[in-house]
Structure formats: structure tokens, C-alpha cells
Write a protein that binds this ligand. Structure first.
Ligand SMILES: [Zn+2]
Ligand SMILES: [Zn+2]
Length: 560
């Protein structure tokens, strides 16, 4: 029976371009997971959108001398363009700037308010006497009370990743003008997170299938005790607060961004011609997965579940397979500091699949991982080109030249050939289990080992020798190799959608890999093949030098 799989993907701030850290940590794993479930015949709804609100956007607008609207629109356009080119297959990628999002946010806000989960209180808020305004968290800098980092933001420490309340920072000053800020009283709404401590604790205890690092982070917050959190801010950019007296304040971005998963689902339903079809992904047996970076765990394993518990009637997360961070050549990435490999830049020079492969094979699943151009080159040349691509090219061109461009008729398969086809079946089963549990790195290894085994098989069988004397034996080994390719194009599809579609076509199939389902698609003898082309391109070794110096010069520019 097919399942309903909801995939909520963290909303990127529309304040700067996407870099490889975003892709490895969040968007690629979500896309692999979505493609896998679609191929299995499950119903998938994968949504996200650009987060148009919050101080990162207004700061960027001030830096660029433009409006927050223009900044948000520009990066939203860039995001959708990048998804298309990298093959990130959202069912809907919207923005938090829609009327629908405001309406759904207000609905959740008012439901929580009516039940006493949201209350009004006064809080001290930082005020800059020179700029003459209240300072939202990201306009503030100070020293982290936990690790001593001197450039911690008002809401979170970049160094130790702890969420912070503004009052905790030491030596706070305005980020725009460096003037020390003072605290003034301001009235705000608060989420009564403390009242969910017990319910959340009981619920988290049941999540034994979650990743250790996600559980570990979550338990740390629970053990420290949950505190109520302000959900409005003195700002003029964001979702308005649906209460009188709050005209000059806005809903705090983290509160409405998580509601985006629900508002996007409702928006998607409208595009399907059935306003209520979203419910199939939020109720009963539907499983709700959230993909995000580790700095976002708190909001997805505790805050959003608390909001859902308070609201009632909707599924809590089934799994939150948050990733750790990706470093580049050993250095930590940062959008605000311009230290990154930008995705759009990569896509101008290289194909999407080699990047998808390199990032998936070394995904920061349970610990930080590093991307280097040297490793990228090695994975492309040794694994994609020399192993998988070589297998495809050898088998396809041989069949194309020697069997009239068709799939040869194999006759009876010997034990060795049957064994290999059996391994292909087994790989689909194993990868199925791994992907269901979001173990992407391990899945890539399994798949590549099938390709390696098939290469060994061709070497042993040497169909180019047998073709002269025992045409039948040659046909058998070529048929077996092509059948393994039919398995590989399916099992690699979630990772390498573009090359899988091409291989699907070279093998003589019509339509898309998607339509074949999660099984080794039977290759009919006599099927007309299409003229084969190399699946991957070998890259020159000097790209390592070129790209590394590009990256270093980016860093140097930022420093000066
Ligand atoms: Zn100031
Ligand atoms: Zn810190």
C-alpha cells in the first residue's frame, strides 16, 4: 500500500545565494528522499520556500541600498533557477510573502492565543540611541555567555550554535553603528514553551529511530528546561501581529517560518484543485519528515512540535534527519562573510550530477564532513567516469556495434550471470532500507559496489573475445551487463537523476525512469538501443588548482 510522505525542507533566507553547505546539508538529502519515495509509488509532498522576513533580509537591503522586497524577489528567483538546474524537485517552492502564509500564520497564532499557549508580557529589548530604534537580534552583537565568542548574534551564537535570548549577551552593541545599546521595556507576545516540557519529553522518548546527533541536541535542550520565547519583535518588516496595539511590531521570523510548512501545503492543495487534499499529508498515517541543518534542530524537534501540540489535529514530525555541517577545504562556510562555493557559480562550469554524487557520497549525516576540489575530481574521475560510466559505455557500445543496436537475446544464463543479477536485486532491497532510514552515504557505497562487481564480470567474461567464436556466450554476458545497468539507472535515480534518465534512454526505454518503479526493470531482448554517449565527462586535473585559488581569492576579498 502506498504511503503519504510529507517532506518539509528548511526555508532558506532570501538574503544571499545558495552555497554547497546548504545543498549537502538540506536540499540534496531532501530531494534524494523525495525521488526515492516517488519511485516507490508513494505519494510525496515536498515543500519549502524562501524566507522573506527577518533581519537578514533587511540588513542585506541596507547593504545593497534597496528594499527588503527587492532583495527577497531577487534571491527567490535565484533559488528557483538553482533548483531547476540541480534537479531539486519541490512540489511547491513558495515564499513567506504570500497572503495565504499570513492567513495560516494568523490562524495558528490565534488558536494558540485562545488556548493560553501565547501570552502578552513586557520584555527588555535592546535599543540603539544613535539609530533611534529597537534592535532586532541580528542587528545586535555581543559576547556569548556560553563560549565567549565576541560576535554572537542576539538570537544565536554562530560559534557554539546555542539559541540565545538577547538579555544573555554581554557587551552588546548595535551592529550598524557599533554604539553600545541600552535596554528599554517593550510589550510582546510569548510562546509558553515551558508548559510543553512534560509532553515533549514523553514524545521525544518514543523517537528511538531518530539520528543520535538529533536526539542528543534535543535532550540537551530538554534537560536544561524549556523557557518561554518571545514571538514578536519591534520591526516593520514581517507578518503583522493580528492584535490591536501591535501595529508597529511583527511576528518573529522563527515562529512564522515553521508555520510555512503548513501554509505551503495548503497553497499546494489549491493548485491541485482540491483545497483539502493537503490533509492527507498531515493527518492519520502520513509520515512527516523535516530536512534541515543542525543549527535548526531546536525549532523542529521542540518548538514546532509544541506549536502543533497546542494547535491540535495535525501530525507531529515522524523524523527530523538533520545534518551536520559541511566545510570547504577545511574551512567553515558563511553566507554573511561571503566564504563559500556558490551553487550558481558551480553550475555555470560543471554538470549537476557529479556534484550531487560527491556531496551524497560524503554527506555530513552524523558528523561534519569536508568538500575539497581534489576529492570532487577523484569521485568524478575514478568513480563516476571510470566505474559507472565505463561500465555503461562498454556494455552499450559493444551491444550497439555487435548486435545490430539491440538488446541481445541471452539464451540460458549460467550461475555467474544469475548471481550478478541476484546481486542487482539485492542492491535494490538494501538501498531501499537505507534510504527509508535516510542513510544516504551508505546507500551510495552499496550502489557503487554493484557497478564495480559488474565491471569485474565483464572483464572475466570478455565478450569481445567470445563474440568471434561463441556468439551466444557473448550475448549472454552483454545481456547480463545491460540488465545490471537497468538496475543501476533506477537505484541511482534519486542521486543522479540526469544521468539516470539518459541511461534509461540509451537502454531503449521510453518515458522517464520514474515510471518504472523501484524494481529492476526487465530488459526485453530485441529492444532497440539508442546511440550511446558517455554518461560522465572526465575532468582535467588542473581544475583542482584553478578552483582552489578561486576559493582562496574569495576569502581574501572578504578579509580586506
Ligand atoms: Zn545604531
Ligand atoms: Zn557561543
Amino acid at each position: 500500500m502506498s504511503e503519504h510522505i510529507f517532506i518539509g525542507v528548511a526555508w532558506p533566507y532570501a538574503n544571499g545565494p545558495l552555497h554547497l553547505g546548504h545543498i549537502a546539508g538540506v536540499y540534496l538529502p531532501a530531494d534524494i528522499f523525495a525521488r526515492y519515495h516517488r519511485l516507490k509509488g508513494n505519494k510525496v509532498l515536498m515543500v519549502s520556500g524562501s524566507d522573506q522576513h527577518g533581519a537578514p533580509i533587511t540588513i542585506r537591503a541596507e547593504q545593497e541600498g534597496t528594499t527588503p522586497q527587492e532583495v527577497a524577489a531577487k534571491y527567490h528567483q535565484q533559488f528557483t533557477d538553482c533548483w531547476k538546474r540541480l534537479g531539486i524537485s519541490f512540489d511547491l517552492f513558495t515564499t513567506t510573502g504570500t497572503l495565504n502564509h499570513t492567513q495560516v500564520t494568523h490562524d495558528v497564532f490565534l488558536a494558540l492565543l485562545n488556548q493560553g499557549y501565547i501570552y502578552k508580557d513586557k520584555m527588555l529589548q535592546a535599543y540603539c540611541p544613535r539609530c533611534q530604534k529597537f534592535l532586532p537580534d541580528r542587528y545586535l552583537e555581543g559576547t556569548c555567555p556560553y563560549c565567549g565568542f565576541t560576535k554572537a548574534r542576539g538570537d544565536e551564537c554562530d560559534e557554539c550554535a546555542k539559541p540565545l535570548n538577547t538579555g544573555e549577551l554581554k557587551d552588546i552593541h548595535c551592529r550598524l553603528c557599533s554604539t553600545p545599546s541600552r535596554f528599554e521595556s517593550s510589550e510582546h507576545f510569548f510562546l509558553r514553551l515551558s508548559s510543553f516540557q512534560e509532553k515533549l519529553t514523553d514524545w521525544i522518548k518514543e523517537q528511538t529511530h531518530w539520528r543520535h546527533n538529533v536526539l542528543g541536541t534535543t535532550w540537551k535542550f530538554l534537560d536544561e528546561g524549556l523557557r518561554d520565547r518571545a514571538i514578536t519583535r519591534d520591526l516593520d518588516w514581517g507578518v503583522i501581529v493580528p492584535q490591536p496595539g501591535f501595529e508597529h511590531k511583527r511576528i518573529y521570523v522563527w515562529f512564522e517560518a515553521v508555520i510555512g510548512y503548513l501554509s505551503a501545503s495548503k497553497e499546494w492543495a489549491k493548485t491541485q484543485g482540491d483545497d483539502y487534499v493537503w490533509k492527507a499529508f498531515w493527518q492519520n498515517d502520513a509520515k512527516n519528515f523535516y530536512f534541515l541543518g543542525k543549527d535548526n534542530i531546536f525549532f523542529h524537534t521542540l518548538v514546532w512540535p509544541a506549536m502543533l501540540m497546542g494547535y491540535g489535529g495535525l501530525n507531529l514530525p515522524y523524523d527530523v534527519p538533520a545534518n551536520e555541517f559541511l566545510t570547504i577545504e577545511g574551512k567553515r562556510l558563511s553566507t554573511s562573510r561571503g566564504r563559500a562555493i556558490w551553487l550558481s557559480d558551480y553550475l555555470e562550469r560543471y554538470e549537476p550530477d557529479p556534484l550531487r554524487y560527491a556531496l551524497a557520497a560524503n554527506m555530513p549525516e552524523t558528523g561534519d564532513s569536508d568538500f575539497s576540489w581534489h576529492e570532487f575530481l577523484r569521485r568524478n574521475n575514478n568513480e563516476l567516469v571510470a566505474t559507472y560510466g565505463n561500465l555503461a559505455h562498454r556494455a552499450l557500445t559493444f551491444a550497439y556495434r555487435n548486435f545490430d543496436g539491440t538488446v541481445p537475446t541471452p539464451g540460458e544464463l549460467d550461475e555467474r550471470s544469475q548471481g550478478l543479477l541476484h546481486k542487482a536485486d539485492g542492491t535494490l532491497d538494501d538501498v531501499d532500507k537505507l534510504l527509508y532510514r535516510c542513510e544516504f552515504k551508505e546507500a551510495v557505497k552499496e550502489i557503487m559496489s554493484l557497478a564495480q562487481e559488474a565491471n569485474r564480470y565483464i572483464d572475466e567474461q570478455a565478450p569481445w573475445k567470445t563474440i568471434k567464436t561463441e556468439r551466444k556466450t557473448s550475448a549472454k554476458s552483454v545481456y547480463t551487463a545491460l540488465s545490471v545497468l537497468a538496475a543501476l539507472k533506477t537505484v541511482f535515480y534519486p542521486f543522479l537523476p540526469f544521468s539516470s534518465e539518459r541511461l534509461h534512454s540509451f537502454l531503449g526505454f521510453d518515458g522517464s525512469v520514474k515510471e518504472g518503479g523501484w524494481r529492476v526493470q526487465f530488459l526485453p531482448p530485441g529492444q532497440q538501443l539508442r546511440q550511446p554517449q558517455p554518461l560522465f565527462v572526465k575532468l582535467d586535473e588542473d581544475i583542482v588548482c584553478k578552483e582552489s585559488s578561486r576559493f582562496d581569492s574569495l576569502n581574501d576579498n572578504q578579509k580586506s
